[in-house]
Write a protein that binds this ligand. Sequence first.
Ligand code: PMP
Length: 355
Amino acid sequence: MSKFWSPIVSRLTPYTPGEQPKISKLVKLNTNENPYGPSPKAIAAMAQEIGDNLRLYPNPDAEPLKLAIAKRHGLSPSQVFVGNGSDEVLAHAFQALLKHGAPILFPDITYSFYPTYASLYEVEYRAVPLAEDFTIRVDDYLGQGEAIGGIIFPNPNAPTGCLLALDEVERLLAGNPDRVVIVDEAYIDFGGDSAIDLVTRHPNLLVVQTLSKSRSLAGLRVGFAVGHADLISALERVKNSFNSYPLDRIAIAGATAAMEDDAHFDRTRNAVIASRSKLADELASLGFEVLPSAANFVFARHPQHDAAGLAASLRGDGIIVRHFTSARINQFLRITVGTDEACGALTDSLRKHLA
Ligand code: PMP
């Protein structure tokens, strides 16, 4: 800290990202990356873009990508916003849509970037407790009018993996017509129904998705939001006041091809879903309580074994998982669904340490 820092920066507790280890032979099950590679068509499109084209600025509206996303969901490109990872899309949304001088609501166990953005952009918030079974209780969010600045939650939630059914999402939207509701669907492709289908009926809905997980492009940093054109133009205003080029040429080419490759998308996400089910069964047979997951990770605790100790033992065997320190979830491990081989290495190591 120094006297040159602004008061906001001095007060800020930055988001702590999951570890990106330097040792490559670790079994890395800690940051919810896809164990399979991206679409070969995306790799080819990116390779083609590398060359003399990089001399030129990219398309300032990332038009080909917006078109591909709009086409996939039967929308118009004016209903699509793109950014450098969904983290950046969410950051712009906090400024453009959630800052109204009233507290916003999000679940008390949720993506830990939300409180960070709230303090960075000076948006007050109220964290709403989850139910005993770790699900979101929609009734706690209803009828708030303009007394709140908006609502944001991940669906499936992170780090629990629990899904809120689409009719419940719609009840939450209908109960808050005066404020924007942001549904952060980073993991939706692994088992839930997307709220994108509700965008046309609910002008207060912004759905945010990412190509980091189900499209296996975490390293490319591409995310997007879909909503009424009025919401999208608010995001564009903030973005244009920050950086007039949302994505580089390589990202536009790769992300567009990835969005168009349905066959690769279906094959890899189905493989992850099948491995998740095997992993959850194996963990249950080792005595873990495993929350029902609609994501590419599972959240599990062992009634007799300390989670920090288990995470350390796994690490000793070259396997990394995520462990959180906040009170209600500090006995859980969040384990990314890897290949069956990686999940097998994890359960073998746990079996040894639980014995
Ligand atoms: N939302 C949630 C709930 C997440 O877990 C993540 C991944 N850390 C993100 C958004 C951001 O993903 P990305 O910036 O890679 O698109």
